[in-house]
Design a protein around this ligand. Sequence first.
Ligand SMILES: O=C(O)c1cccc(C(=O)CC[C@H]2O[C@@H](n3cnc4c(=O)[nH]cnc43)[C@H](O)[C@@H]2O)c1
Length: 226
Amino acid sequence: MPLNRTPSTAPARVLIVTAVQAEADALRRGLTGPYAGRYDLLAAGAGPAAAAAGTAARLAAGTYGCVVSAGIAGGFPGRAPVGSLVVASELVHADFGSETPEGFRSAAELGYGRTVYPADAERAGALAAALAAAGLAVSTGPVLTVSTATGSAAAADALAARVPGAAAEAMEGCGVAAAALAAGLPVLELRAISNPVGPRDRDAWRIGEALDALAAAATLLSEVPL
Ligand SMILES: O=C(O)c1cccc(C(=O)CC[C@H]2O[C@@H](n3cnc4c(=O)[nH]cnc43)[C@H](O)[C@@H]2O)c1
């Protein structure tokens, strides 16, 4: 199923935003199919603020039909194993809110900010189906944006309880989504799992494996019209 239905003779371009250049390079390596030329890659920096600023600046300078936040991520145990891919059903700014005597309350609950950005359902579904059909391990679910990476099992459990079905955690998705929303564009998030969400063990991150999964996903992206 085509992922980009913009009725135009010149198909809309897709902006893919990563945190670091290594992620953009992995995606570039995988963009080998006939639609590869439609994609622009931007390494905007780590964290939601850099992601939002970089995405907004690039969207102001070009014409795009869709924006994708992509890169490596932590996977929630039992939901997204290391080396697998996650296509976001929604992008959730999971640590944006306030601590209260009764516990964490989101900025949305408290009425001062947006914390959930739905992914473009049709494109996300078609992308996940295409990845699965190619034999890649892929799951769908909420992908969390956090400014502080989770570093303990208790914190991972708290986040999983805060966002039922949470599949992965990264640091940029909602920044990209805020910029896309301001520009009136649909957003997707695609993550390759480098580590479990839980006790911090940076030496155990399987970054090479995750970057290879990201490259494989990019190949699929470039073989179907997103
Ligand atoms: O050192 C490298 O070679 C290298 C290659 C690619 C990416 C990196 C990063 O450090 C990317 C940082 C980026 O990764 C996301 N991430 C990954 N795991 C987690 C996590 O468990 N919790 C939160 N974020 C995670 C995140 O989006 C970071 O911005 C290094």
